[in-house]
Design a protein around this ligand. Structure first.
Ligand code: C2E
Ligand code: CA
Ligand code: CA
Length: 379
């Protein structure tokens, strides 16, 4: 006689292990993507990849991952997701990245190391580290991350502010990306404690030179407060639910809302006011003279093409730095590249344009704010 009062664990354990072995053999697993949005520009800059399982268990992915962990299969499952993500990377739209969830406890596991070592580079991959059981030894995790970082992966701390990922994690791991937990974002427009916490975490991330990403954004009012607090990246059902259709874009009312957001006023004493837009190119493309910026897969500057060749040294500055401070930094460079233009980058370190030294000097000594010299005039 069947009874619906079966004890939960013992009889289901063998079924979970069979279901998981099937997934590890490559069946019944798909990756959904959810866009990550640049709040100021309204563009998609990346995608979180989230596992989707089919099979006898109508369970959410976190349940699948916790059963895998319980059965000692967690690292192999993370490894298969990472391998799939790396396959998908080949078709990624230009200048975007993908994030993949990995338990920090698995970073040193041979199954994951094997996937890492099969690839020449992990460029454009961000590892999202979540740990729902306390990981005391942050220093050990930081050490495990080293070969991943050397291979070019970036690091995100998932669920920051949730009580799991505390400030000491941020300090020890020095992540590139801090993902604010959904609970912090939920109705933060009506909760001053939450918005103060977000502002605090934002300031902290800034000092670590990390980008902040607010996840679980479901309402326009939440987005507006996040934008006001200067949070550069957002993700959530408001923009798009995770979807198996790659690569998801943002449409409809929210797209219009993002497009209509007023542009930030330009302060004439900040370098942002002196930026000239230039061509960017990838390493394998020919230089676009007289000046272009060579960028990596994320659109971040790695070299500068000038009339006398390609220079692998770039001074990157932010648009909100003062003209005087940037000029001082520029002039303390080595003599042979002291007069090169500086490259202006956004919160994600992507190229916005260049600023010529002549313009910085003119501005500081109070010369007439010359009209921008066009490249054609110069050659
Ligand atoms: P997570 O990494 O924090 O992923 C975010 C979860 O929030 C996803 O649920 C996503 O669908 C959901 N979400 C996104 N935007 C919103 C929103 O605006 N509102 C609400 N209410 N939810 C939103 P999902 O896909 O069910 O994943 C749940 C958890 O399962 C993940 O949490 C992660 O811990 C785990 N997981 C999913 N895929 C993977 C994976 O490939 N590897 C590992 N290790 N864990 C995974
Ligand atoms: Ca995540
Ligand atoms: Ca999360």
């Amino acid at each position: 006689m069947t009874t619906f009062l079966e004890p939960p664990v013992a009889p289901t354990a063998p079924r979970w292990s069979a279901a998981l072995e099937r997934v590890l053999a490559g069946e019944g697993l798909a990756l959904a993507a959810q866009p990550i949005v640049d709040v100021a520009r309204g563009s998609v800059v990346g995608y979180e990849l989230l596992a989707r399982f089919d099979g006898p268990h109508q369970a959410t992915p976190d349940v699948w991952f916790s059963h895998a962990e319980r059965l000692g299969l967690g690292a192999r499952l993370d490894a298969i997701v990472l391998a799939r993500a790396l396959d998908l990377r080949d078709d990624l739209p230009d200048d975007t990245f993908i994030t993949v969830n990995i338990s920090p406890l698995h970073l040193g596991d041979p199954a994951l190391a094997a996937v890492r070592d099969r690839h020449r580079s992990l460029e454009r991959i961000v590892l999202e580290l979540t740990e729902h059981s306390a990981v005391d030894d942050c220093a050990a995790v930081a050490r495990l991350l080293e070969p991943w970082r050397e291979a070019g992966a970036k690091v995100a701390i998932d669920d920051a502010g949730s009580g799991y990922a505390g400030l000491q994690w941020l300090l020890a791991l020095s992540p590139d990306l801090v993902k604010l937990d959904r609970a912090l974002v939920d109705h933060l427009d009506e909760d001053e404690v939450k918005s103060a916490l977000v502002a605090m975490l934002g300031g902290f991330a800034d000092r670590l030179d990390a980008w902040v990403l607010a996840e679980g954004v479901e309402r326009l009012a939440e987005l507006d407060v996040l934008a006001h607090l200067g949070v550069p990246l957002a993700q959530g059902y408001l923009f798009r639910r995770p979807t198996l259709e790659l690569w998801p874009t943002i449409e409809g009312d929210v797209r219009r809302h993002l497009e209509q957001r007023p542009a930030r006023a330009v302060d004439p004493d900040r370098v942002g006011a002196l930026v000239e837009v230039v061509r960017t190119r990838h390493r394998h493309e020919p230089p676009a003279l007289p000046i272009s910026v060579v960028v990596d897969g994320l659109g971040q500057p790695i070299a500068l093409d000038l009339a006398d060749g390609t220079w692998d040294r770039v001074l990157a500055v932010r648009p909100d730095e003062t003209v005087r401070a940037v000029l001082e930094r520029a002039l303390t460079r080595d003599a042979h590249w002291r007069w090169h233009p500086v490259v202006c980058v956004d919160e994600l370190r992507r190229v916005v344009g260049v600023v010529r030294l002549e313009r910085l000097v003119h501005h500081v000594i109070g010369g007439s704010p010359d009209r921008p010299t066009t490249h054609e005039e110069e050659v």
